[in-house]
Design a protein. Structure first.
Length: 56
């Protein structure tokens, strides 16, 4: 988490992989094409991580 907050791309990818199933599940409830919903959730997730010292 700390590495991802420090802009470490590998750490960010690891977090996305860890939460990939959750992101896919949540995307079902967004009225956008699936790929767009997944992209939007992923971007917001990374922005959330980068914005502060949240614990996940």
């Amino acid at each position: 988490m700390e590495n991802a907050q420090s802009n470490d791309k590998d750490s960010m990818l690891q977090l996305i992989k860890i939460y990939e199933k959750d992101i896919q599940e949540i995307s079902k409830y967004i009225k956008l094409p699936k790929e767009d919903a997944v992209s939007q959730i992923t971007v917001e997730f990374l922005e959330y991580i980068m914005s502060s010292n949240h614990q996940i």
